[in-house]
Design a protein around this ligand. Structure first.
Ligand SMILES: [Mg+2]
Length: 360
């Protein structure tokens, strides 16, 4: 953990439309055209990444490729080539590690760096971020954006602020004002449904949410309420963990309208699995899969997970787990999740990783 409450300097670096950027770098004829990397429409593929020309036409990542092609019939669609993406990712990580060993990769193109107390650039994290981005531009020939802040939460928000090819700093003395104005939807874990629910209570910004005491937040959001109480005040004590070992990966969706029954749940499954596969492909160093998991939260807020051993779960494995989990209560569903647990080793236990809890 950080030393004696000293102000930390965290950089969140995030490459701009990473897969698409690598494709445009390697093939000049693709530049200036709407471009997406993803699965084919015929196989119910989804868009993994698209460039800014495609975004201007309404295409975005996680959208089904079929829908993207309806929006943008001239979209150039490429299959992902992870060999080249991993190579670029390795180069970028090496640049980060020239500055600090405290690098926590989140995906192939995103990482947190803790640069507190370093001597480079006279200790200026802002200048270090400029330098790192310039090196990525020159050495890897793609662009990256960065956020600089006293903690992870704000660094990640800030890296989005001047995207693409930009950076934004939240200085310690500006945290309070910056966070107060921030829409609650910028908080990780606050999805569309939660944001809409808060809006009904007149809460739009983190500043608005500060009027809620812990008891009210916990009553409304369970354990996450405590986290919300801190985040809406710009407090985030999580350290940058270079040794963090991911124990699981999952995606889940809370539905604006409860899914009435099993058929409705089954109909949502392909979209969840597609999103899971998209995120899985972008993991920096996935380990072997141990188990497939389905989570259900029912309309009465009771929840259950079903899991089974599977080294390479196909759609049918998750479908069977969904049936099993739903049968336990047989009622309307407000949230569905699919995911996997990875093989663990004894070494993981000594690493004491508590952050990898599934569906956290
Ligand atoms: Mg990115």
């Amino acid at each position: 953990m950080d030393t004696l409450g000293a102000v930390r300097k965290i950089i969140h670096c995030d490459c701009d439309c990473f897969y698409a950027a690598v494709e445009m770098r390697d093939d000049a004829s693709l530049r200036g055209k709407p471009l997406a990397v993803g699965g084919k429409a015929e196989t119910r593929g989804v868009i993994a990444t698209c460039n800014y020309e495609a975004r201007a036409l309404g295409v975005h990542s996680a959208m089904s490729t079929a829908r993207a092609l309806r929006l943008c019939p001239h979209l150039v669609l490429l299959p992902p080539d992870f060999r080249r993406y991993r190579e670029a990712s390795r180069q970028i990580l090496a640049i980060y590690r020239d500055y600090t060993p405290l690098v926590e990769p989140l995906s192939l193109d995103e990482a947190y760096l803790d640069v507190s107390g370093l001597g480079y650039c006279k200790g200026s994290a802002t200048m270090m971020a400029e330098e790192i981005r310039a090196r990525i531009r020159n050495e890897v020939r793609i662009t990256a954006s960065a956020g600089i802040a006293p903690n992870k939460f704000l660094a990640k928000v800030a890296s989005d602020w001047n995207k693409p090819d930009g950076q934004f700093v939240v200085r310690p003395q500006d945290v309070d004002t910056f966070v107060a104005a921030l829409p609650v939807s910028k908080i990780f874990g606050v999805g569309k449904v939660t944001a809409a629910r808060l809006q009904k209570h007149g809460v739009r910004t983190c500043g608005d949410l500060r009027a809620w005491d812990i008891a009210r937040l916990v009553a409304g959001f369970g354990r996450f309420g405590t986290t919300l109480h801190q985040l809406c005040r710009g407090i985030d004590e999580r350290s940058v963990r270079p040794d963090r070992i991911r124990k699981s990966l999952s995606v889940e969706t809370t539905y604006a309208n409860d899914l009435p029954g099993l058929d409705a749940c089954r109909a949502e499954l392909p979209a969840l699995i597609a999103e899971f596969r998209r995120r899985f492909a972008g993991l920096p160093a996935p380990r072997p899969i141990h188990k497939a998991v389905v989570k259900i939260k029912f309309a009465d807020f009771s929840q259950t997970t079903a899991e089974c051993t599977s080294a390479a779960p196909g759609d049918a494995v998750w479908a069977a787990l969904l049936d099993e989990a739903w049968a336990r209560r047989e009622r309307a569903v407000r949230l569905l999740g699919v995911g996997v647990r990875f093989v663990e080793t004894d070494a993981d236990e000594s690493a004491g990783d508590k952050q990898g809890e599934l569906f956290e």
